[in-house]
Design a protein around this ligand. Structure first.
Ligand code: AMP
Ligand code: ZN
Length: 117
């Protein structure tokens, strides 16, 4: 399958790994928007949050377990996790991924959507 994040998991495309276990892989975002910007992904290819089912939702729970472990390991006390699903939400890579952002005081509200039109 021609998937950028599957290739990163396989090591065919380089990345800066921050966490790995049997189910989950996490690496630094190549274009960070915060001092800490990691992408946490299940190793199994799920194209987006709209493809989460009763059968595979355990993998998503593992993503959040990994986030908690990463935060503990790195002394991160506050973080935000974002998932973009679909084009309007800004999903550019069709392998489900969770942005883990930290290291800055973040805003919240309509302006934080970063609307393009
Ligand atoms: P999204 O827009 O939610 O689909 O997020 C995709 C993210 O992947 C963006 O934040 C990109 O900066 C990031 N990205 C794209 N290519 C790479 C790469 N080769 N290594 C690390 N991050 C990447
Ligand atoms: Zn994939």
């Amino acid at each position: 399958m021609d998937c950028l994040f599957c290739k990163i998991i396989d090591g065919d495309i380089p990345s800066t790994k921050v966490y790995e276990d049997e189910i989950v892989f996490a690496f630094k975002d190549i274009a960070p928007i915060a001092p800490v910007h990691y992408l946490i992904i299940p190793k199994a290819h799920i194209s987006g949050a709209d493809q989460v089912t009763e059968e595979n939702s355990g993998l998503i729970a593992k993503v959040f377990e990994a986030a908690a472990k990463i935060a503990k390991n790195e002394g991160i006390e506050s973080f935000r996790i974002i998932n973009n699903c679909g084009d309007d939400a800004g999903q550019t890579v069709k392998h489900i991924h969770f942005h883990m952002l930290a290291g800055v005081k973040m805003g919240w509200g309509p302006e934080s959507l970063g609307k393009t039109e």
